[in-house]
Design a protein around this ligand. Structure first.
Ligand SMILES: *Cc1c(COP(=O)(O)O)cnc(C)c1O
Length: 467
């Protein structure tokens, strides 16, 4: 080691001195002492190796400089925690951003139930042991006309439970056009083998006929499975039998008909008809023995896997030891109950469930909102080029892939020399974080997913990112 480097090392303040100074230091004083100690130690180690490598000088050994280095280290760690994001991408069901935004009623119910004890498995009338999730299951049955319901952790779990419980070591017939990958490693053939069932593919990618299913049924067959190709569509010269036809065949041969609906549009109403999206109610009406879907896709509630169908089948699955391993927690139950209660008022549900509110807002009102946001941004950033325009977006989250949704955006082409990457990184790492869409060298703030209540924060984050 060279003499000057050694001399510089002796300039690093002692931990005792740094700890004392940290008590009043910006970015450190409000943090737990363990976090401060860790950050200071890391800062000192970093400084030492920078001094030795020639990447730092005596000036970096000032107490203030070391404290600021430690504050950045501590802040960088906190950025990794779950942070609220203002979703300006326009993608309503963004899996990376937690899919559905919960209705206020669901958030309130979670807080109410979580602060103390709750009646999770106690029947308060009789004082006896009750069944977890029973009220939510009853609500689901009333809303959809299903005989019975069972709620598990997510739809992947629901699918696995059905395959394992009803088709273990037996064959499940599926159309080749429906062997989908959803993302996040949900690939139907793999889920099938993990669930212990044997996949029997029939038909071709674009066309599968009822006679293909008929020909595949044999002694080993347990089930016909229909999978909603949630995140893509086969269009053009394509055909596959619907739920009603498959159910008729399944019942004729003494088999179970399972419909994995994925997205789970619940009610038969105008919104889903316009998007050509199959609904839970329609599938049950068509006679499917079991229907499964997610709680956090088009239902607009918490993450959950919902199974609806014939009582004997659902009750059998409920007794499966695997169901115990996949059970949902009280917070999910609280949120799901509150969300489903909103569906009891079909005339207002589109207003109270944020996902439905977002999808049913007209492009005209979004354009008005875009104008208000643009005015606020122009006031905060007078020299920037900001304009409102119409665009298209998609629902996302593996739903409605063939349904482009008209939307309105505020388009920002930052002036000055900064790179788009730098600016978007600053937006992303702010608190709240802001995630825009990037297109053709411009930053787009898509009003389809920005709530008016978020305008103030969004403008503040954008102004800070530009300064
Ligand atoms: C999304 C989806 C799944 C997986 O559901 P998760 O709730 O994400 O586990 C399974 N099947 C289909 C058809 C889907 O669309």
């Amino acid at each position: 080691m060279s003499e000057p480097a050694k001399a510089n090392l002796s300039q690093i303040p002692s931990v005792t001195v740094l700890l004392k100074a940290a008590e009043a230091a910006e970015g450190l004083r409000d943090l737990p002492s363990t976090v401060v100690t860790d950050a200071l130690r890391e800062a000192v180690e970093g400084l030492r190796s920078d001094l030795l490598g020639g990447g730092a000088s005596v000036a970096d050994c000032e107490v203030e400089a070391v404290l600021s280095r430690a504050a950045s280290i501590a802040a960088a760690r906190r950025v990794k925690r779950l942070t609220r994001v203002i979703n300006a991408t326009g993608v309503v069901l963004h899996t990376g951003l937690g899919r559905s935004v919960l209705p206020d009623a669901a958030v309130d119910r979670i807080a109410r139930v979580a602060r103390g004890y709750c009646s999770l498995e106690i029947d308060l009338e009789s004082g006896r042991r009750g069944k977890r999730g029973q009220y939510a299951e009853q609500l689901l049955c009333r809303l959809t006309g299903a005989e019975a319901a069972l709620i598990v952790n997510n739809n992947a779990a629901a699918t696995m439970l059905v395959l394992n419980g009803l088709a273990k070591n037996r064959e499940v017939v599926v159309s080749r056009g429906q062997l989908i990958e959803i993302g996040g490693s949900f690939r139907l053939p793999e889920v099938m083998s993990a669930g212990g069932a044997i996949l029997r593919e029939v038909g071709t990618t674009n066309k599968t006929h009822l006679r293909d299913y008929e020909a595949a049924v044999c002694e080993q067959t347990a089930m016909l499975m229909h999978v909603h190709t949630s995140n893509y569509r086969v269009v053009g010269f394509s055909e596959s039998p619907g739920t009603a036809e498959l159910t008729a065949l399944a019942h004729d041969r003494g088999l179970v008909m399972f419909d994995d609906l994925g997205s789970g549009a619940l009610l038969d109403d105008g919104l889903w008809a316009a998007a050509d999206e199959p609904t839970v109610i329609a599938s049950l009406k068509d006679g499917a023995d079991v229907v499964s879907f997610s709680g956090d896709k088009l239902l607009g509630g918490p993450q959950a896997g919902i199974l609806l169908g014939k009582r004997a089948i659902i009750d059998g699955l409920r007794r499966d030891p695997m169901a115990r391993a996949l059970r949902i927690d009280k917070l999910t139950i609280a949120a799901l109950e509150a969300t489903l209660e909103l569906y009891e008022s079909p005339e207002t549900v589109n207003r109270h469930v944020p996902l439905l509110a977002s999808l049913s807002t007209s492009a005209e009102s979004l354009e008005e909102r875009a104008e208000s946001l643009a005015s606020l941004l122009r006031a905060a950033l007078p020299s920037e080029a900001l304009e409102v325009s119409r665009e298209e977006t998609f629902a996302g989250g593996g739903s409605l892939p063939a349904w482009p949704i008209p939307t309105a955006v505020v388009r920002w082409r930052p002036t000055g020399g900064e790179s788009l990457d730098d600016i978007t990184k600053r937006l992303r790492t702010s608190n709240p974080s802001v995630l825009p869409r990037i297109r053709e060298g411009a930053i787009l703030f898509d009003l389809r997913t920005i709530d008016e209540s978020e305008f103030g924060e969004l403008v503040a984050v954008v102004a800070a990112a530009k300064s």
